[in-house]
Write a protein that binds this ligand. Structure first.
Ligand SMILES: [Zn+2]
Length: 269
């Protein structure tokens, strides 16, 4: 996005200034700031407002800071039984729940989540809540072992044998994932694209036509479902945390987070 400013869009904080009902409360915040006036905002789709600012990504400073400013309408109070280390996952968890806003999953549906990174692990846990049979396909044995502990099936890419799924979620964050994803969807199945990678794809779309595949682009989601799942302990997020740095060591933290295969790095003011 060519963003310049304070990065960071996954956070939990305490309200210091604002409406009296919110001051002192622990909150998380939705990251898209809509204009509030356009047809998308009027339909509660500020995530798609053409004039939106996005915290730490587009036109608004983010959360790698001691203080940040955010519209109160974006805030959600964090239930008391959700720890800070869990609440900070609300935003990516909401992005996983977004899939269930978009497609209907039924118990027994065969779902493949491609990618054993943070988003893949969150998507797998959320989709499993529907009773679907979820398999995560990944490259990293140790990450798959972590995912397996949440009760999801796992499969190492090296052991992949072509087979078909009702739904495939592409969350690899790499360009090479799309081709395999397309080949793993059954005819009339659904392919959910979760990776926001800034590359060009060079794949034939003909198989999608022949097999009548439904493609869903999926990005940010709403927070209430994610907070509720955290409060009810239906998903496990803290195993994703690799290290917590003080904010003063933010540059080290960002360098660490950039290393391939790193789990979540947190910063604390
Ligand atoms: Zn708008």
């Amino acid at each position: 996005m060519g963003f310049r400013g304070v990065p960071g869009h996954e956070f939990v904080g305490e309200v210091r200034e604002g409406p009296a009902a919110l001051v002192g409360k622990r909150v998380v915040g939705e990251i898209n700031f809509g204009c509030g006036k356009c047809e998308f905002c009027r339909r509660s789709l500020d995530r798609h407002c053409p004039n939106r600012r996005v915290m730490g990504i587009l036109g608004a400073d983010g959360s790698f800071a001691e203080y940040l400013a955010i519209p109160t309408s974006n805030l959600h109070m964090v239930p008391d039984n959700v720890a800070d280390e869990e609440a900070v996952f609300t935003e990516p968890l909401a992005a996983a729940f977004e899939i269930l806003e978009q497609i209907e999953l039924n118990p027994g549906d065969d779902v493949l989540v491609m990618g054993d990174g943070k988003l893949g692990m969150l998507c797998a846990q959320v989709l499993k809540l529907t009773g679907a049979r979820v398999t995560v396909l990944g490259k990293h044995q140790e990450k798959l072992a972590l995912i397996k502990r949440t009760g999801v099936r796992t499969l190492l890419l090296d052991d992949w044998k072509p087979r078909l799924f009702d739904v495939v979620v592409e969350a690899t964050g790499s360009e090479s994932g799309l081709k395999l994803a397309m080949s793993a969807v059954r005819p009339r199945g659904t392919l959910v694209l979760k990776s926001t990678i800034a590359g060009d794809h060079n794949v034939s779309l003909v198989p999608l036509v022949i097999n009548e595949i439904t493609i869903i682009g999926s990005r940010c989601g709403l927070f209430p479902d994610a907070l509720q799942a955290l409060a009810e302990k239906r998903v496990s997020v803290t195993p994703l945390i690799e290290k917590v740095y003080p904010l003063a060591e933010g540059l080290d933290a960002v360098a660490h987070a950039a290393r391939p295969g790193t789990r979540k790095i947190l910063m604390q003011p």
